[in-house]
Ligand binder design. Structure first.
Ligand code: IDP
Ligand code: MG
Length: 140
């Protein structure tokens, strides 16, 4: 059953640096996902670490905090039918070498770390990640 969902997306520092914000947004819109909230921010390591707290025991956590705080990012809320899994399909696999052709990561990502976009992976993570960056009154 199709459900209207909201999911948290981030165009990561490498996506902003590569000047592909418009391309990424256009892929979401073309797939029928609607931008319900959007802003550009520059996280510090603590904010990036809090966002990725689920990964704090992983070997890549310190590098991930540095990468995600290395420059500005675009955070957005996408809304649409099955938005969480559809966004993940549009993004492609974490490792761009394993990402399907035509996905954002296959087309733009340089490594398993610097992989252009983030997307909530479940309703539970979306319900933590959306309010991490947005108040209700910032989501339309
Ligand atoms: P996801 O972004 O596809 O959901 P996660 O496993 O949740 O992937 O990992 C979060 C982020 O941590 C990845 O997008 C990537 O930037 C980084 N990452 C994941 N696995 C590795 C790794 O093996 N080495 C370095 N960085 C990694
Ligand atoms: Mg994840």
């Amino acid at each position: 059953m199709a459900r209207i969902e909201r999911t948290l997306s981030i165009i990561k520092p490498d996506g902003v640096e590569k000047n592909v914000i418009g391309d990424v947004l256009s892929r979401f819109e073309s797939a029928g996902l609607r931008v319900a909230a959007i802003k550009m921010i520059h996280m510090n390591e603590e904010e990036a670490g809090g966002f990725y707290a689920v990964h704090k025991e992983r070997p890549f956590y310190q590098d991930l905090k540095k990468y995600m705080s290395s420059g500005p990012v675009v955070v957005l809320v996408l809304e649409g039918e099955n938005a969480i899994s559809r966004n993940r399909d549009i993004m492609g696999a974490t490792d761009p070498k394993k990402a399907d052709p035509g996905t954002i990561r296959a087309d733009h990502a340089q490594s398993i770390e610097r992989n252009i976009v983030h997307g909530s992976d479940s309703p539970e993570s979306a319900s933590f990640e959306v309010p991490y960056f947005f108040d209700d009154k910032e989501i339309f």
